[in-house]
Write a protein that binds this ligand. Structure first.
Ligand code: ATP
Ligand code: MG
Ligand code: MG
Ligand code: MG
Length: 478
């Protein structure tokens, strides 16, 4: 099985169940200024989930390019990426839980489709709380399909609830499907949802069945919907017996090239410090290329998507230094990415020149910034090491940012390498003060930092919510 076969098999399965294939949309959301990137297949479908009639009907299936910078801190583990493809299907007021769970089980286990050993499948369902009853229905349907009770786990809102927090409107429980990788359990309590990696979530079925009211009551939703999302890269690595996404064809060409450029070997050994650097670079260059080569592609800048893009590129450059890459390398890798996706997303090729130009310019500029910032940090170091708290003041970190454009995250990384911390809240204060005095009235400039690095904990599956949250934090009003 290769990536394209997996995409096709997903589409075909749902087409057989009378779904219409619709095309995926841009990674830059259309007509939605409240969010920066498309983070899930459901995102472009929000109006239809809210009741608008979709021209293609009530049963839809597609593959959507997604960007989740909220997962940036996890990149380097076996299965969290900042760019991934989500395969999804929808029922807009058509079939519901029972049919969806039966279809999920069939797709996963039937030899005609994924043919996964049922004994490896574990599922989670919503445990209920004071406001909403336990999702016994889903548990029952899973058992009817063939999952024994001991592999069905009832978890809380953190894991099995979909819907904007604190807001009114459509919401509901979801049910996640995990595969047991057969690695050793981290503890006796290890179960799906545990971050140790023994159980990998591959698919999520969302059951939109409630309409949350202002008084916190939950009424049945008039149009009940199904929204599902399955990660292509994760599913592929598990199906092909690989250890992680980086061993699949969706990453090996990038890593090979990176080995050539760096002269270092990618061992793939998790304990090896360079492994993470290789993975982060490969992930970020792919995400950056996808953002730039998109038909609504953006260029690196200090605002909005351009800022996140700049962060991805600069972080890749920073990690490249960890494997001793000192020369420009991004264009080379971007070409591998474009090549890898040329059949699936042919439109990207037409933006090749743009991608080259922008990467080159950004790389040159950032190399200069880095050299200068690191030099200044090293000058400060003897003084910093004298501090018994081993803390760098936010004021000094801000000086690096303000005078040399050196990003706070990089200051933090450098500090960490010398067992120092940075007083982040002091930095933020200095930043805000600076914003108020010099940037008053200007466009939304993101706080010196990085939004993308600071939204890792939210587990809401709604794209809108995720990104609103990110924006709120970035803009500092929350
Ligand atoms: P996880 O708990 O592993 O972070 P999730 O619950 O946040 O995943 P969903 O929002 O349910 O993910 O998205 C649906 C599917 O998309 C997941 O089941 C997974 O297969 C895939 N997916 C989600 N986040 C990522 C990511 N960062 N990289 C690759 N695939 C992802
Ligand atoms: Mg999850
Ligand atoms: Mg999920
Ligand atoms: Mg997640």
């Amino acid at each position: 099985m290769n990536a394209e076969q997996l995409r096709q098999i997903f589409i075909n399965f749902f087409v057989e169940y009378k779904h219409v294939e619709i095309s995926g949309r841009s990674v830059i959301p259309e007509n939605d200024p409240t969010v920066l990137f498309t983070t899930a297949g459901m995102h472009p479908l929000v109006p239809y989930l809210r009741g608008e009639i979709h021209p293609a009907g009530k049963r839809l299936v597609n593959i959507q390019k997604c960007i989740r910078t909220g997962d940036i801190e996890s990149v380097g583990d076996a299965y969290h990426l900042t760019f991934f493809e989500m395969m999804g299907n929808w029922s807009l007021g058509d079939y519901f839980k029972q049919e969806m769970i039966a279809m999920s089980y069939e797709f996963l286990t039937s030899p005609q489709y994924l043919g996964i050993d049922p004994a490896l499948i574990h599922v989670t369902v919503f445990a209920g709380d004071k406001d909403v009853p336990r999702d016994e229905e889903s548990a029952r349907y899973w058992m009817q399909a063939g999952i024994p009770e001991e592999r069905i786990y009832f978890l809380g809102r953190e894991d099995n609830w979909w819907g904007p927090a604190g807001q009114t409107g459509p919401c509901g429980p979801d049910s996640e499907m995990f595969l047991d990788t057969k690695s050793v359990a981290c503890s006796e309590n290890c179960r799906p949802g545990c971050s140790c990696g023994k159980y990998v979530e591959i698919w999520n079925d969302v059951f939109m069945q409630y309409d949350k009211q202002i008084d916190n009551s939950y009424l049945p939703l008039v149009q009940k919907n199904i929204d599902t999302g399955m990660g292509l890269e994760r599913t592929l690595y598990l199906l092909t017996g690989k250890k992680n996404v980086y061993e699949t064809e969706l990453f090996t060409p990038i890593l090979r090239r990176l080995e050539e450029i760096s002269g270092k070997q990618y061992t793939g050994n998790d304990a090896d410090v360079q492994t993470r650097a290789f993975r982060v670079i490969a992930d970020h260059i792919k995400a950056a290329t996808m953002i730039m080569a998109d038909d609504k592609g953006v260029r690196p800048s200090n605002v909005g998507q351009g800022y996140i893009l700049r962060r991805l590129i600069r972080r890749a450059i920073r990690y490249a230094k960890k494997i001793d890459i000192e020369k420009p390398f991004l264009v080379d890798l971007a070409d591998i990415v474009l090549e890898m996706y040329r059949d699936r997303y042919p439109e990207m090729m037409s933006r090749k020149n743009f991608v080259h130009q922008e990467l080159q310019a950004e790389e040159e500029q950032f190399m200069r910034t880095l050299q200068q910032g690191e030099r200044e940090f090293i000058k400060m170091l003897p003084g910093l090491l004298k501090n018994p708290q081993r803390e760098m003041s936010g004021r000094l970190a801000f000086k690096l940012y303000d005078t040399y454009g050196f990003p706070i995250e990089l200051t933090e990384e450098l500090a960490k390498e010398h067992e120092l911390t940075v007083n982040r809240s002091e930095f933020e204060q200095a930043f805000e003060k600076h914003q108020n005095t010099s940037k008053a009235g200007s466009d939304k400039i993101f706080k010196g930092g990085l939004a993308d690095d600071s939204i890792t904990s939210t587990r809401y599956h709604t794209a809108t919510h995720l990104l609103n949250e990110a924006l709120r934090r970035i803009l500092g009003d929350g």
